[in-house]
Design a protein around this ligand. Sequence first.
Ligand SMILES: NC(=O)c1ccc[n+]([C@@H]2O[C@H](COP(=O)([O-])OP(=O)(O)OC[C@H]3O[C@@H](n4cnc5c(N)ncnc54)[C@H](O)[C@@H]3O)[C@@H](O)[C@H]2O)c1
Length: 290
Amino acid sequence: MTDYFGYAGKTVVVTGAASGMGRALTEILVDLGADVHALDRVESPVAGVATSIIADLGDKASIDAAFAELPTRIDAFFGVAGISGVHNSFLETVTVNFIANKYVTDTYLVDRVAQGGSITFVTSNGGVRWETPAIREELVPFARGDWDDVVRVATELEAEFGSIPGSLGYILSKRLLNYWVAEQVAPLADLRKIRINAVLPAMTVSGMLPEFAEMKGGRDVVEAEVGPAGRLAESVDMARVLAFLGSDLAGYVSGVHLSVDYGMNGLEVAGLRPDRLSWTLRSVLARQAA
Ligand SMILES: NC(=O)c1ccc[n+]([C@@H]2O[C@H](COP(=O)([O-])OP(=O)(O)OC[C@H]3O[C@@H](n4cnc5c(N)ncnc54)[C@H](O)[C@@H]3O)[C@@H](O)[C@H]2O)c1
């Protein structure tokens, strides 16, 4: 049988490999014969991983220590880890969900991802409309400079508007990661034909779901919003799509923002459901401050 995915014997890194989508992805990749290096703030429970590295993506030194243990040649990198922002500060949320992924790409992946390799991030359907000009304009300053520069931009925004909820940090961080994926397509192609893509999940049953349900007013509220799918997504629904995008099957796919939402975003784009996410962060913060 042909190995269409092409993961057998490949070196793969998965962040967030201990729970939810990252764990489901790790199980698939191990099954497909990859050498999977799991990275999470807790031990990955998946049997058969090559290494399970404990690291905090909110801490640059911890990321550096993790990469000192990781292979110097990586075929596929999956940045899945994230936090909801529901019980996290604005800065913590932006740091784990965006700044860490930017830092990992700039500092390590540009050197370590092999010719023709892939980088795939999990962002969110909450990060759609990132490409509209007014929103994109807000994102550009965050995509410049090093870790400290981006922290400074985030800190200055809080200094201007006062404390910003972590939930808004979540939307911002996912918009930023979507923008970042698009921005990196050409440089990574020029470098070594490295592909970069994003998966944008709808609401998914995972370790994070209880926090989203709490924010939205209960699991029943979340269940009522599932749309044409008729059910919440399972973590494995996302893992399957991630496995595809990082694989040889998607060899001509780069710069894609793939909403795995059973058509929910498409319905909004078509005007068949209300568009919930075209607001700029500054417009919301100004309204809150007034
Ligand atoms: N569950 C949803 O409804 C949903 C919807 C859209 C997007 N997402 C995104 O999906 C991704 C995966 O989340 P999930 O839903 O599987 O949730 P999850 O909570 O089950 O998994 C997240 C994993 O990330 C790890 N993690 C969190 N902070 C970390 C840190 N500082 N350092 C290292 N590891 C850390 C956690 O330990 C956990 O294993 C996240 O990026 C999330 O934002 C989730």
